[in-house]
Structure formats: structure tokens, C-alpha cells
Design a binder for this molecule. Structure first.
Ligand code: ZN
Length: 71
């Protein structure tokens, strides 16, 4: 299991609408989902619901975004 606590101020891509959200902020609002050893974060409940319905449609977007952050 990966440590999902991360550094303070860690950002995450909301793959549904493309917004960059603050991971800690999303957690505070209950807008994160843990799946496949990764924590997904969303700007709002609407995006989280869309993701939960069809996560396979959005995973690749997050993969690409996370990879791009690690130059
Ligand atoms: Zn969103």
C-alpha cells in the first residue's frame, strides 16, 4: 500500500472536469476516492459521482497527469 498522505499542499487532477484540486481540501470535504492504490480527488460531488459510475473512463487521464508531474 502506497503512502497516500503526501506532502502538504499536494495537488490532484479532477479527471472529470480537468480542474486541479488540493488533495487535503478535497479530503476535508469528503471528495476523495481511493481506488487501485491511488487517491482520486474531485472539485465537487457531481464529479465524484461521474467518476464512480465509470472510473475506467477517467483513470488514464489521471495516470498521464501524475506522470507529467514527475519530471
Ligand atoms: Zn470537477
Amino acid at each position: 500500500m502506497r503512502d497516500t498522505s503526501g506532502p502538504p499542499g499536494a495537488k490532484m487532477l479532477d479527471p472529470v472536469c480537468g480542474m486541479i484540486v488540493d488533495l487535503a481540501d478535497s479530503r476535508d470535504h469528503g471528495l476523495t476516492l481511493e481506488m487501485d492504490d491511488r487517491e482520486y480527488a474531485f472539485c465537487g460531488p457531481g464529479c465524484m459521482k461521474s467518476f464512480a459510475k465509470a472510473p475506467h473512463q477517467f483513470r488514464a487521464k489521471v495516470d498521464a497527469w501524475v506522470a507529467a508531474q514527475k519530471h
